[in-house]
Design a binder for this molecule. Structure first.
Ligand SMILES: [Zn+2]
Length: 133
């Protein structure tokens, strides 16, 4: 495994000291990695972007959504994602929402697992660098 580095190394110059990788996970950290990897291995299909279900007020001042108390339009399910650098928002029908919900749930699980793996790895390298002689 290569060591993460915050600095650049001029590979044309011989290095005076060999960089030692201090990636030394404990048994518990290895077990945590195995558990996360097992979760990742079970990944299902996953959609990009975010799903937000919300209600709106519209632009018509006399509309019921501006009444007191307001009665907003919706709730609507809106799927927002990046597509070629542009943010695209699409409103999903109730049928689409029911169909796609598991795919958003899968994506959320994957993001959580990846984030957990990154935090774990950070803990390991930080523990390693604090033990430097
Ligand atoms: Zn309205």
């Amino acid at each position: 495994m290569t060591c993460p580095q915050d600095y650049t190394v001029d590979s044309s110059q011989p290095r005076e000291t060999e960089t030692v990788c201090r990636m030394e996970p404990t048994a518990a950290q290895r077990a945590a990695r195995d558990r996360i990897a097992a979760g990742l291995a079970q990944a299902g299909f996953a959609l990009p972007g975010t799903l937000i279900v919300r209600s709106h007020a519209c632009g018509k001042p006399a509309c019921r959504c501006h009444a007191d108390p307001p009665r907003l339009h919706g709730p609507y399910a809106e799927w927002t994602r990046k597509n070629g650098g542009k943010t695209v928002t699409r409103r999903l029908t109730p049928a689409e929402l029911a169909e796609y919900q598991p795919l958003f749930d899968n994506a959320k699980k994957l993001r959580a697992l990846l984030s957990e793996l990154q935090d774990l790895t950070l803990d390991i390298i930080e523990a390693g660098s604090s033990q430097a002689p």
